[in-house]
Design a binder for this molecule. Structure first.
Ligand code: GLU
Length: 460
């Protein structure tokens, strides 16, 4: 398709959450458009007015923004386009590729109850003949012979016999479009060139192609990507773990890690595991998308998140962490410098921002700290006596990590102790736990006043 501007779209229904399957679909559409210097659009499929709310739309917009997948234009709301959907249905009527299907209330009820193929007696009758006033839905006049083939960019050629496709309704009796009809009219009007979506939509494509054919419109290329499954092979759902993008955010995953993971779930470029967004854009194409169902591996995602945490820029990471900590307890104003100083150590062991928040909590709290039982056990009478004496010795140091280290060693020597016999009680006093970054760096990050206050709180 030389010279053509590639345009993709993500078309979620606003149901109140952005599923990670949807996020992956958005990511593939985004990367494909970027790779081809095209445009990535967002269409909110809000025709179901009862389920669609502004809040649900906001969840999608927030989720996409967080993932760095903001669309290139303002979102298009499908519900605003109903007049256009109707217009196309009437065009099809006029062209004879659709017909008014007059149904009695009884027939209508039967149709609703059985989603079986409907052979309407009105298909080949003169539209003017219809009895006025009752339920004239508009149905497409689907071909009965031959096959419809989808030349899918992921699934290959998929064929269905036209005899299996019924004359589906395109415009309901109340004038509203059906889902299949609205999707086609919108994709056409938005000049979408590539429809990349979950393979649960593959069967819809045969029906949708009928509308393109009836209107004489060139259909887009289709790429149906395998859905995400849980480890047990069943379609991914709540019982497997988190499924909504916002849940992953709350649990402390970084958007870059989640995107990288979702990309690799079902798409490969050699053995490359970690790819920056720029590399993703450069390398992504549909021929790397696998046909097999992708299996969600939470442990792998968590591992990848740890890798991203260690490579993240410190300042934004620190801000995110402080915001999470502020939800738990009041955060001291000097906390931010402390967290920033120890973040390089803390993130070595963390897999998520929640792990980081747990391990950084001691830095932002004020005395008295909560104590783990193991830390309390370290604070024996002897240890408290040592800490009481240690306070002035530490206070006299320059409070750099090196100065603190030297003071601790000198103090241990003077008292005939090993360094650990001093460092461990000090760690307990300063952090309320038995594990922390190196004690000299920890004490330096807390600063002289706070260190003395914390020693005083246990040994004073
Ligand atoms: N609104 C549909 C969904 O959320 C997607 C339609 C499409 O991508 O064609 O599943």
């Amino acid at each position: 398709m030389p010279g053509m501007t590639i345009r993709t779209r993500f078309a979620p229904s606003p149901t109140g959450l952005l599923h990670i399957g949807g996020a992956r679909t958005a990511l593939f559409n985004y990367l494909f458009a970027r790779h081809h210097h095209g445009e990535f659009l967002l269409r909110i499929e809000d025709t179901d007015r009862e389920r669609s709310t502004d809040a649900a739309t906001q969840v999608i917009l927030d989720g996409l923004a967080w993932l760095g997948l903001a669309p290139d234009q303002a979102p298009i709301f499908q519900s605003t386009r109903q007049a256009r959907h109707a217009e196309v249905a009437y065009d099809m009527l006029a062209a004879g590729t659709a017909y008014r299907c007059w149904l009695t209330a009884d027939e209508l009820r039967q149709m609703r109850e059985h989603s079986t193929r409907v052979e309407s007696p009105w298909r080949d009758r003169d539209p003017a003949e219809g009895p006025p006033g009752i339920n004239p839905a508009i149905r497409i006049k689907a071909p009965r012979e031959g096959d419809t083939i989808v030349h899918d960019l992921v699934q290959g050629d998929v064929r269905v016999a036209n005899a299996e496709l019924d004359d589906m309704i395109i415009l309901r009796a109340d004038g509203t479009p059906t889902y299949q009809h609205a999707v086609v009219v919108d994709d056409h009007d938005m000049a979408i060139t590539h429809v990349i979506r979950g393979d649960d939509h593959l069967t819809n494509t045969f029906r949708q192609l009928g509308i393109y054919r009836a209107m004489g419109w060139e259909p887009p290329r289709f790429a149906h990507i395998p859905l995400i499954h849980g480890a047990d092979g069943a379609k991914l759902s709540k019982r497997h773990g988190a499924v909504s993008v916002l849940e992953f955010r709350e649990q402390g995953f970084l958007p870059e890690a989640l995107c990288n993971y979702l990309l690799r779930l079902g798409w490969a470029h050699g053995d490359d595991e970690i790819l920056s967004r720029d590399e993703q854009i450069k390398l992504f194409d549909l021929d790397g998308v696998g046909r097999g169902a992708a299996r969600m591996d939470y442990a792998k995602l968590t591992h990848l998140n740890g890798v991203y945490l260690r490579g993240a820029d410190l300042l934004p990471l620190c801000d995110d962490l402080l915001a999470r900590l502020a939800l738990r307890f009041p955060v001291a104003p000097e906390a931010s410098a402390r967290v920033l100083a120890l973040l390089p150590f803390l993130r070595e062991r963390a897999k998520t921002l929640m792990d980081l928040a747990d391990s950084a909590a001691f830095l932002v709290r004020t005395v008295p700290l909560p104590f783990e039982p193991k830390a309390t056990a370290l604070l024996t009478d002897e240890a408290r006596d040592l800490l009481r004496a240690l306070g002035p010795a530490l206070a006299a140091s320059d409070f750099t990590p090196a100065g603190i280290d030297a003071a601790l060693r000198a103090f241990a020597d003077a008292h005939g102790k090993k360094l650990g016999q001093i460092a461990q009680p000090l760690r307990a006093a300063l952090t309320g736990s038995t594990a922390s970054p190196p004690i000299d760096a920890t004490a330096a990050a807390l600063g002289r006043t706070e260190v003395l206050a914390r020693i005083g709180a246990v040994a004073g």
